[in-house]
Design a protein around this ligand. Structure first.
Ligand SMILES: [Zn+2]
Length: 398
């Protein structure tokens, strides 16, 4: 039974893939912002001041930038703005071909001129799933660090701020505003699993929760099998993790791809949450070299989490050869973004503090540290390992 519950949590909350048993790595702490019996959202007064996850928090943050630049990337089907915040000037690295053709010509450099001397580009795509609010809190705190060197708790992040300043940084604080608007919860600390499942996945016409994996067998999420719409989807009922990549249904998806093609990021993170321990996930259908980088990053990150006394796994997730078993892995947003620009693109899953055993019990401070340590490690790695697409250039080979 336990195994079944764990599987549902890892796969169900986000629909990406996982499978590592987090048992034995849980840390129990006090529950700030406990939502009573878990059936009602915590009020703003019960939540820490640094825990900013609402759309109005995003609006307020992007409109008061001093160092960063704000733009509206696109408008959702629900007429909400998707904001982009950037730091660092863009370099002109534009080559002579789109990524796919450049690779066909055996020269990714022909798409973006990366020779190891350019400024790293990091693209952080905030939650596209509305109930996964933790990533918004992390990014709004990261923006505060980029602006002032301190997070919203007043904690100093000198190395992170210094490394971030050496990069071109693209931050979409909330990738799915329609979905976020449909989620009445600002925090899941102390809430029960079934409540999170209902808000995220919605209900069937008989009022029972939609559940993973059957919830993904209807897409767009409309028709007679849908009771209430959960927070996975935008207002056109599209789950942005599973759009139609070659003919996108959602304007958000088209905007993410346009941004990736224009900026040629070295790293793209799609931020998600689930109930289990944190995971820097492997992406399916990307080159083995990218999978190896994800393993290295995952190892480094889990060590940071362990050293900080946070929920963690023994190591980063091992790469796998895709499709050796049936059903095949899915070609999700992270996989697709890689193929638009060659980035090391991946999903990061954070726990969300549900009180249902056996999931890790975490408070808001810890949830924020899990986010900010990801950024600390990622920016350190990006600065220390500038991408050089000439080093492996075999374009002159027959
Ligand atoms: Zn998700």
């Amino acid at each position: 039974m336990k195994k079944i519950i764990l599987t549902l949590a890892c796969f169900g909350f986000c629909g990406v893939s996982s499978g590592q048993d987090p048992a034995g790595q849980t840390i129990r702490v006090g529950m700030i912002g406990l939502a009573q019996d878990g059936s009602a959202p915590a009020s703003a007064k019960e939540l820490p001041r640094f825990w900013k996850t609402r759309l109005e928090h995003v609006e307020a943050t992007v409109r008061t930038l001093k160092k960063g630049t704000m733009s509206v990337l696109t408008e959702t089907p629900g007429k909400r703005n998707v904001y982009l915040v950037t730091y660092g000037a863009a370099e002109d690295r534009r080559g002579t071909a789109n990524y796919n053709s450049a690779v066909g010509g055996r020269s990714p450099f022909s798409y973006a001129r990366k020779d190891g001397t350019q400024k790293p580009v990091v693209f952080l795509l905030g939650p596209v799933h509305g109930q996964e609010v933790e990533g918004i809190a992390g990014l709004l705190n990261l923006i505060q660090i980029a602006e002032s060197g301190r997070d919203l708790r007043g904690r100093q992040w000198d190395e992170l701020a210094a490394n971030l300043a050496k990069c071109r940084v693209l931050i979409i604080p909330c990738g799915g505003p329609d979905a976020r608007a449909r989620c009445p919860y600002d925090s899941w600390v102390g809430v029960d699993y079934p409540v999170h499942e209902r808000i995220g996945m919605g209900t069937r016409p008989d009022g029972s929760n939609q559940t993973w994996p059957s919830v993904k067998r209807i897409h767009p999420m409309r028709g007679p099998q849908v009771g209430t719409l959960g927070a996975y989807w935008n207002d056109s009922q599209v789950n942005l993790m599973h759009d139609e990549w070659f003919d996108p249904m959602a304007p958000e998806t088209r905007a993410f791809f346009r941004l990736a093609r224009d900026e040629a990021p070295d790293y793209i993170v799609s931020l998600h949450s689930h109930a289990a321990t944190p995971e820097l996930m492997q992406s399916a259908y990307v080159p083995w070299t990218v999978k190896e980088t994800l393993k290295t990053l995952g190892d480094r990150l889990q060590k940071r989490y362990a050293a900080a006394g946070l929920p963690h796994r023994a190591s980063g997730t091992e790469p796998k050869v895709d499709g050796k078993t049936f059903p095949p892995p899915h070609f999700n947003l992270a996989s697709a973004l890689h193929h638009a620009c060659g980035a090391v693109a991946f999903v990061h899953e954070t726990p969300c503090g549900l009180r249902t055993p056996p999931y890790p019990q975490v408070d808001h401070d810890q949830l924020l540290d899990l986010q900010l340590l990801l950024y600390d490690e990622l920016f350190r790695y990006a600065v220390d390992h500038p991408v050089n697409w000439l080093a492996d250039n075999r374009s002159t080979a027959p």
